[in-house]
Write a protein that binds this ligand. Structure first.
Ligand SMILES: *Cc1c(COP(=O)(O)O)cnc(C)c1O
Length: 306
């Protein structure tokens, strides 16, 4: 929206449900409201693996709404889309094939070295219509027999470009479809293991698990009363804890805010991650969680208030 001059005010943010998926009734409503207000919706962006929790929208339902209103259906699958190759997860991505375009980052779950971003577009003609230009000093239109020239500068904003496709192609050649099924399945299993270990630990609370993302919180036993002051303290505690973990350099977790709760977030997208790493993450979180809790408790009240 910014790139094409519409500005962020042109975006309608659609509410999500309890599972962090797009509320498709709210989507339908927003489109109807805009049409009544003489606005012209033209694209819906669904998510296949949201950044915070890995949630996958109901792509089939969104595709139906896009068809009904003749809208472009884009899927942000930057992180999650490669999981569609795993047979057990295929159904979760049902409707994906109806997308007009899909964003996918091979440097995430296809394990390519940074950076390699990619947009798949169903009809390449749209890219040529949008991006192709023929400056007088361009002479790239020669054909190879009957095969027309395939000039990548005509498919995106970028003209001069490095050969990023090579590393992506090599990964695909080396691991193959079966290799990706195995590697991605293993990452998902490790994220689930982390979730289960957090659920079983008396000082941790498992919050969410989807694809290879799990979120959890450090919750000391005396902080389980559910009072609003305690909820505020737990957010501060987990934020301070995350900063400690990132500074400490032993693990790198990120954060997610899930239904108002500040969480620690682990996203497993490395085929070298093992079950021992998951054990270590749990131990480090608990060790640092206790320390951070103690430190916050020891802060004099006056300082904490000031
Ligand atoms: C990572 C990610 C992005 C941003 O991708 P970049 O490669 O950093 O540009 C966008 N959407 C989702 C869902 C992501 O996971």
């Amino acid at each position: 929206m910014v790139l094409f001059g519409y500005g962020t005010n042109a975006i309608r943010w659609i509410a999500t449900d309890a599972e962090n998926k797009m509320d498709t009734a709210a989507l339908q409503q927003a489109i109807a409201d805009d049409l009544r207000g003489s606005k012209t919706p033209f694209m819906v962006v669904g998510t296949a693996g949201d950044v915070s929790t890995g949630a996958v929208d109901d792509l089939r339902a969104i595709a139906g709404i896009c068809r009904q209103y003749d809208l472009w259906f884009h899927i942000d699958g930057a992180y999650g889309v490669p999981a569609a190759v795993v047979p057990a997860y295929r159904a979760l991505f049902d409707g994906m094939a109806e997308a007009d375009s899909i964003a996918l980052d091979p440097h995430k779950w296809l394990y390519s070295p940074l950076e390699a971003g990619c947009t798949l577009v169903k009809n390449p003609k749209h890219l040529l219509d949008t991006f192709s230009s023929h400056a007088a000093y361009y002479n790239f239109d020669s054909t190879d027999g009957d095969i027309p020239a395939h000039n990548y500068y005509e498919f995106s904003l970028q003209n001069s470009r490095s050969f990023r496709a090579l590393k992506v192609w090599l990964g695909l050649q080396q691991a193959g479809r079966d290799g990706y099924v195995q590697l991605i399945s293993a990452d998902i299993a490790l994220a689930r293991l982390l979730f289960e270990q957090a659920a079983a630990h008396p000082e941790l609370k498992a919050i969410s698990h989807s694809l290879s993302i799990s979120t959890l919180r450090y919750v000391p036993s005396e902080c389980r009363d559910g009072r609003p002051e305690t909820a505020t303290y737990l957010n501060a505690l987990n934020e301070a804890l995350l900063n400690e973990l990132q500074r400490g350099g032993e693990v790198f977790l990120s954060n997610a805010v899930v239904r108002g709760s500040y969480c620690l977030r682990a996203c497993v997208v490395n085929f070298r991650t093992t079950a021992q790493d998951i054990d270590a993450i749990i131990q480090i979180i608990v060790r640092e969680g206790r320390e951070t809790h103690l430190r916050l408790q020891q802060q004099p009240v006056s300082t904490a208030v000031a």
